[in-house]
Design a protein around this ligand. Sequence first.
Ligand SMILES: Cc1cc2nc3c(=O)[nH]c(=O)nc-3n(C[C@H](O)[C@H](O)[C@H](O)COP(=O)(O)OP(=O)(O)OC[C@H]3O[C@@H](n4cnc5c(N)ncnc54)[C@H](O)[C@@H]3O)c2cc1C
Length: 418
Amino acid sequence: MRKGSDCVQQAALAVVGGGASGLAAALAASRRAGFRPGSVVLLEKNPRVGKKLLLTGNGRCNLTNRNAGDRARYHGDTEARAVLDRFPPEQILRLFQKAGLLCRELDGGRIYPYSLQASSVLNILRRNLDRSGVRVLCDFDVNRIEKSKDGFRLSSPAGALFARRVVLAAGGSACPRTGSDGGGFSLAGKLGHTLRPVYPSLVQVKTDPARVRSLKGVRCPALVSFRAGGKTVRTATGEVQFADGALSGICVFELSRCFGELHAPKDAEIVLDLFPEYETEQLIELLRTAACGETGISAPQLLEGFLPKALGAELSKYALGVTQTKTGLRKTEEFQKLARAAKEYRFPVRGTFSWDRAQVTAGGVPLSELTENLESKKCRGLYLCGELLDVDGDCGGFNLHWAWASGLTAGKAAAESL
Ligand SMILES: Cc1cc2nc3c(=O)[nH]c(=O)nc-3n(C[C@H](O)[C@H](O)[C@H](O)COP(=O)(O)OP(=O)(O)OC[C@H]3O[C@@H](n4cnc5c(N)ncnc54)[C@H](O)[C@@H]3O)c2cc1C
């Protein structure tokens, strides 16, 4: 890999950003018949490409999902359909296999490298970039892109480059320490694009710290709902994790985008159904049966047989008040209150954590400003892909799937237009 100071002055095609979508775009572009080695240049501001990729899936890289063709797993722009249809998950898997990566499927259709190491994915991509003659310029922070009659001048403190086509793959604003700090949005804006409001997604949801203080570290399966304006906006099922002043876990992550989507509603709540398999009446019966024969059993003691101990204690306080949790359960009404609270355990939403903790950016450049091949309608010869666009997916490999699919589409189309 060359350093930015050793800058190439001319290229047929430049890809800005060496993340998932940029790596895919550069590889797809380099396959164009007739391109000489070095015709495609990948520009990355970091000293190495793929910094975020190494963090994905807790270092294991959940690179796609068996259900990645399901439109319901994506949010934002519905016009993403055409790109997703072109690259179903089987196609992405075939491409990785051809590139030399064996994959395996785990729960929920999640697909990982067989090694369960994100570095395998990155190393395979880098090896293929080398083989395909893609020139990688690292430490090349593109701060200006100017359109001229024949192409684009890309400037950075490390030097300038002229390219006839540009694929902008600079990512969104999530996890800025990996390089995607929202700068791509400014570059797209200066080339004529608008921006739908951006907000963090797949991120922890803040709540009243006092409500979760004693629950820190507790995990519990639940049916989770995001409610606002008196309505259930979205639901998800999975393991809720209680954190410092926050609710976490994949199911909560998947609901987090509702907060930004609804413009930070004041009355937003996360509501947990801790016993989704049982109706309230059944749960009352189960509690009564469990209490049977034990006179004076308190709610926290009773719930020890139902929930993690700390959660049972906190839920008892929530349902019955502090004083009543200390006395024995006697009245039917107390069992009813306990069961109802367990089926509807409400937490106020005080916002989400910010970009540094978010996995994904919701919002971005609308797809209506691009052709089906992701060429800009505002600035011909410019292509956009990845998280920069107004498409984000659920947890489970959907975001990387979008990055590969959109990167392959943009890179191939940009190269073929030459
Ligand atoms: C911790 C974490 C875990 C995740 N896990 C998963 C997972 O398991 N599965 C999944 O599907 N998704 C996961 N995601 C989301 C997924 O990683 C992203 O959606 C995806 O990487 C986006 O790809 P991208 O190419 O659009 O942007 P990025 O991967 O952010 O890449 C953008 C690149 O452009 C470079 N760049 C930016 N501006 C410039 C510039 N001006 N000049 C030069 N270079 C520039 C950046 O340095 C960066 O390398 C995870 C995200 C995070 C943060």
